[in-house]
Design a protein around this ligand. Sequence first.
Ligand SMILES: [Zn+2]
Length: 71
Amino acid sequence: MKNAQCKKCLNNFYEKEIYTIQQFQYRKEPPYKWSVEYFKKLGITEWDSFCEKCISDHSKVSEREWKDLKI
Ligand SMILES: [Zn+2]
């Protein structure tokens, strides 16, 4: 049953197809602590669910913001 909802696109997905920003712990940059603060400002917590496409969008946008900060 598709009972997990993506917070961004609001489509329903299988629970195993859902991601959270906790997966950003594994990227080298930006640091996870920065990511958590960044998403908090957007109203997103570590427990919010996203589909693969939306988590990848969040990943790209946050990475771009991080790079802009360093210039
Ligand atoms: Zn989505």
